[in-house]
Design a protein around this ligand. Structure first.
Ligand code: THU
Length: 127
């Protein structure tokens, strides 16, 4: 099994930059590209709550907007004592970019590994 320690640690470090004045929940993500580069992301909230962007999507959009298209895994963590799981919209975005592995971690960095397909079975994809 691949060791995702470094990726989880990057997600934990990124969490410090979360902008979460409304929920108070700080979330950090780290996306591993096939070329080994890592892009981090945090949740960026808005007073108009629906305009909030989750940490996972921030990481994906940063990477895609810098030309990356091939990914191997994404790690996500938060302030919680249990692993945090991506929301439905983020799962759809992970599907779009064929990110195969999602690592969910708690605040101490304990993590579990999932295949994206498990988290969003029968996803809407190509048509
Ligand atoms: N959030 C994420 O950034 N990622 C997740 O996996 C779940 C939820 C954020 C959105 C919002 O800023 C806060 O957590 C509470 O929902």
């Amino acid at each position: 099994m691949t060791d995702y320690r470094k990726l989880v640690d990057e997600a934990l470090a990124a969490k410090a930059y979360a902008y979460a004045p409304y929920s108070g929940l700080h979330v950090g993500a780290a996306l591993l590209c096939n070329d080994s580069e890592i892009f981090t992301g945090v949740n960026v909230e808005n007073v108009s709550y629906g305009a909030t962007n989750c940490a996972e999507r921030t990481a994906v959009f940063k990477a895609v907007s810098e030309g990356k298209r091939e990914f191997s895994a994404i790690a996500v963590t938060s302030d919680l004592d249990k692993p945090i799981y991506p929301c439905g919209i983020c799962r759809q975005v992970l599907t779009e970019f064929k990110i195969p592995i999602v690592i969910v971690a708690d605040r101490n960095g304990n993590y579990k590994i999932h295949r994206t397909e498990e988290l969003i079975p029968n996803a809407f994809s190509e048509f």
